[in-house]
Design a protein around this ligand. Sequence first.
Ligand SMILES: Cc1cc2nc3c(=O)[nH]c(=O)nc-3n(C[C@H](O)[C@H](O)[C@H](O)COP(=O)(O)OP(=O)(O)OC[C@H]3O[C@@H](n4cnc5c(N)ncnc54)[C@H](O)[C@@H]3O)c2cc1C
Length: 462
Amino acid sequence: MTQSKVILPKINDRHISSFKEVVGEENVLTDFDSVEKLSKDFYWYSPILKKQLENKQADIAVKIGDLAELQAVVSICAKNRLPITLRGGGTGNYGQCIPLYRGVVLDITKMNRILSLDGGVARVEPGARLFAIETEARKLGWEMRCLPTTFVKSTMGGFLCGGSGGIGSITHGMIRSGDNMKSITFMSAEEEPRFRKFEEEEVLTTLHTYGTNGILVEAEMRLAPEVAYDQMIFVSRDWERLLDWTDGVARNEAIHKRLVSMFEWPVPVNFLSLKKYLPEGNHVVFLTAKQEQCPDVIADALKNGIDHTRTIPHTEPMKPPYLSDFTWNHTTLWAMKKDPTMTNYQMSFGPNFQEQIRLLLKKFPGEIQMHLEWIKADDNPLLISLPLIKYSSEERLQEIADYFTEIGISTANPHTYILEEGGMHPDIEAKRALKSEMDPHGILNPGKMATYPHNPFVMAIN
Ligand SMILES: Cc1cc2nc3c(=O)[nH]c(=O)nc-3n(C[C@H](O)[C@H](O)[C@H](O)COP(=O)(O)OP(=O)(O)OC[C@H]3O[C@@H](n4cnc5c(N)ncnc54)[C@H](O)[C@@H]3O)c2cc1C
């Protein structure tokens, strides 16, 4: 049987001096604590990844100021075959930006210019924070089509290369849907870095690839006309009634929504700052909808026996509290604060979602707590879920995931750092081909695209 041996790169004083010449001494970090901090993300959501990745970190971190610096630093890395891991806000899950083979972390958060918002398209540098883009866009009558719930900290580069969708996806779909993306420009990891612009459909090959098949240096994302949204909380002790009503609202195209999230009791117990609006024993819906339509939505809820406990009116500019801080992957964060043995899974239900949910709640009482998000996929509302799971062992988690599949639920595994195992990659061949083109030395986040044949840091031995 062929075995393999890991050969880690050796970063020496000569490399460090070259980096300092390009970006200045203060932007090259070599002390353990700073490098560790810039090497980690929210991988610890998964008890499996926590074990696998907690000792992984880069040798150094370099803070990049502009494109010329990025080119020069990448060129040094390419010449010396040093692994490169790109980093935006570092809010990714699954260890996306944790280096497996040490090397250099490139922090691109200073490359954060919003280059233009003309014609309803945000053209930005990779480190532009999503909240900054949303704020500037709203001043001109636009808003972002979709945002992760980490929008305050996360960057455009990180969202496109690590994220998938979130706030706004109920109306505009996920990042990859429709014409949300206009273009992405990638830079190659070579001695003489090259640029390639991907437009419209071509962009799909570059998305959600963890910085393995190119360095994103510019993006154009389409915006939507700005809307004022109120945030509402609805509650009911009757799970099925609340589910049916919420699904009806999600599917009602006439209601303009930005967020539709639902939580089974006792998930809301973890939302401490909202406690007085979340009565004991009640399942909860957070709904963000166009301000003028909210009174009708509330009246309809009351007519259907569902209680409305709070409306947070829209403010311009947007300011907290944001109900989104409790939705999507934030739900797991609050649960883990209360009980560190909680984790999650990611899945999409079929058209028979009521039945699938019933089966899950019956099969795993106390072990799974339901958390639902509605999005738009292929022009139709789709129910997805990041259920909370009480973790006991890797084997048990696998049994639970196998049951999801058995009853026809599609899953994306959040407990792996391997791109191909996480789902969402029917086009992995094209992604691999792009990696050959943009990363001929195999130095971009090596090990994450596991089926890519060339990893210079792993040597086969007999
Ligand atoms: C509490 C919580 C809630 C979340 N909610 C959501 C959500 O609603 N929707 C969602 O989609 N995600 C969500 N996420 C995941 C994550 O926050 C988002 O995907 C976010 O947009 C990542 O942006 P970032 O700047 O932090 O990326 P980072 O974590 O810095 O990077 C993510 C990936 O992109 C790569 N990358 C970064 N910049 C570049 C570049 N310029 N070129 C190439 N590769 C690059 C990194 O190497 C890494 O692999 C959540 C995570 C947490 C912890």
